[in-house]
Each structure stands twice: as structure tokens, then as C-alpha cells.
Write a protein that binds this ligand. Structure first.
Ligand code: ZN
Ligand code: ZN
Length: 210
């Protein structure tokens, strides 16, 4: 099995073990897989991943930004994306930029800081679960795929063997949905997709592209 960052291996990861799909609405317990997606760059990638998960019977929590430079949650596309994530059965939390932890009716009361500094990363937040606070974050029960790299190795073997009692698994959709063998290649593929999306948006906006 190749540990590629693509949807083929993602499917293998999700179907490797026999875990229960859990969200952050209660403390983790034995057998839980807390599937977390920080959506940093692309709502389209989040939706592609969300549809695949629904097909596999998986449930995840999507953390969306209100202050992203790369997408606009207040646009039609943004509102449609949240609605579709909910329809697919996923939970939606806030991917917040410190210190603004401003929840509204679009979000469940759960927050993941974007690129957090160690000083506040695991601090409790008033009125919401911080995904990096104990017990949701517990050393040995956490894996993340940042920048085409599993710091502690790809977890598919441990998921398959049940070696992990429970796990919070952080997966960034852009890395898996767009093709490439390096982060740079994957980002180039995403930029090409975004270019096409923007051309369509210009036409929608009555810009003459003929
Ligand atoms: Zn793997
Ligand atoms: Zn982030």
C-alpha cells in the first residue's frame, strides 16, 4: 500500500479500522475516531472530501474560517458549502484566527485555531471546546498531515490493527483532493482549479470574457 496523499489512500485510511465516528460534542472514549478537517484554502476540496466520507459512512467535523484570504464563507458559494456539509451529515466548527473566537449560528460550539502559537494553543475557550485542549487533545492520540507530511507516520496500520485506543485525526482536504507528489505540486493543481473557478465567477459577475 502506498501512503500517497490522494483520495485512494484516504479511502483506505477511513476503511482500515473499526472505529466509531465521533465529534467534539462530548469527551473522547475508547473506539472513537475524531475526524477533523481544518479548511485552510479551498471549500471545493472540503466538499469533495465530505462527499466521499458520506459515501463511506464516515462523519467528520469541518472547521471553516470566517477570516480566510482564500475563500469567502459569506458568499453564495460559501453559504452553499456550509449547507451541503450539514446535509451530508458532518459537523461544522470554527477555524478561528487568534484571538477572535466569535461563534455564530453557522457553527457548533467547537473551535480549532489556525496556525496557533504554543502559548494559547491548548487554553480553554469560553463557550466552546478547543480541539487542542485536554482530553480531546491527548499526546499519543493525535495525528496530523500538515504539508504532505505525517510527523508521526501515516496511521493506516495502527487504525487497521486497532493499536490506537482512540484518535483525533487532522486531515487538510486540499492536500488529498488536489494531485501532486509534493506540497508545491499539489498547490499548483489547486491554483489551476481556482483559476477555472474564478473565470466562472467573472462570467457570473457579468464580466465580458469573450
Ligand atoms: Zn498510509
Ligand atoms: Zn489552519
Amino acid at each position: 500500500m502506498s501512503c500517497a496523499f490522494d483520495l485512494t489512500h484516504y479511502r483506505e485510511l477511513l476503511t482500515a479500522g473499526d472505529y466509531s465516528w465521533a465529534t467534539f460534542d462530548r469527551e473522547p472514549r475508547a473506539g472513537d475516531l475524531l475526524l477533523r478537517h481544518d479548511v485552510d484554502l479551498s471549500l471545493d476540496a472540503a466538499l469533495a472530501m465530505a462527499r466521499l466520507e458520506q459515501e463511506l459512512g464516515a462523519r467528520a467535523t469541518y472547521f471553516l474560517m470566517t477570516e480566510s484570504r482564500f475563500y469567502n464563507l459569506g458568499s453564495h458559494a460559501g453559504r452553499d458549502a456550509i449547507a451541503e456539509l450539514r446535509e451530508l451529515g458532518h459537523a461544522v466548527g470554527l477555524h478561528a484566527v487568534y484571538p477572535k473566537a466569535q461563534l455564530d449560528e453557522r457553527f457548533d460550539p467547537v473551535i480549532a485555531w489556525h496556525n496557533p502559537d504554543p502559548e494559547y494553543m491548548s487554553e480553554p475557550i469560553d463557550g466552546a471546546v478547543n480541539v487542542m485542549q485536554s482530553p480531546w487533545f491527548t499526546p499519543g492520540h493525535y495525528r496530523s498531515d500538515s504539508n504532505h507530511h505525517w510527523r508521526e507516520g501515516c496511521p493506516h496500520d495502527e487504525l487497521a490493527s486497532g493499536a490506537l485506543d482512540w484518535l483525533q485525526l487532522l486531515v487538510h482536504p486540499e492536500i488529498w483532493v488536489y494531485e501532486g507528489t509534493t506540497m508545491r505540486e499539489t498547490m499548483e493543481a489547486m491554483l489551476e482549479a481556482k483559476r477555472n473557478e474564478w473565470v466562472d465567477a467573472l462570467i457570473d459577475d457579468r464580466i465580458d470574457m469573450t
